[in-house]
Design a protein around this ligand. Sequence first.
Ligand code: SAM
Length: 223
Amino acid sequence: MLSIVSTPIGNLGDITLRAIETLKKCDAMVCEDTRVTGQLLKLLNLPKKELLSCHGYSDPRKVDNIVRRLMEGQHLVLVSDAGTPGISDPGFALVSRARTERVPIEVIPGPAAFLAALSASGLPINRFVYLGFLPMKKGRQTLLHSLKDEERTIVFYESVHRIEKTIMELAEALKDQPDRPVVIARELTKMYEEIVPTTAAGLPAVAQSITKKGEFVLVIGAQ
Ligand code: SAM
């Protein structure tokens, strides 16, 4: 059995009861970074487990080995460093192979940063499009400029290293829609959580004033 388990995106209290039960009873855990998962087990006072690293998006030999263990009947848990495995994180290749091999799969859902940002944004979220991380080079400007015409709420991730540049590029891409709502969420569920509602016209000021620390999600209202 493969259990896909979501873990907190910052606040340890967001681990679910099912996640705890599953982490206790599994045979081993497939992790993005064994140090991060080892630390999570320690903080939650859970028993130590064998930790198998599978950090690439599709390392075929590692996936083969894990699938073999699943087919022998072991109960393995898939986690990422934070949030939901497969959401801008490794996991897809393993789940896909496990499905092909008809391994039983269960999912223990929980936090994902884009969902937390959407629900806190105050923007309409019945329909939205999740972009993951924007491409760094090829296709970046085309994508940014295509956001002008998007009729659904848009959500994407950004790292601290590029947040200022991305906010400024977004301001430029949306300059003909100065009232377009934008919400920037930083450090969700953590001590210094910050949720900044603004507009396209307000973005250059936010690029300067927002604390350049931690993790970011950007949400843009529909045009
Ligand atoms: N699997 C994760 C999920 O379910 O949200 C996402 C992993 S992705 C590698 C990491 C990115 O998610 C960060 O760069 C940031 O954009 C976003 N993120 C993760 N935790 C966050 C948090 N607590 N607050 C804001 N953004 C967060």
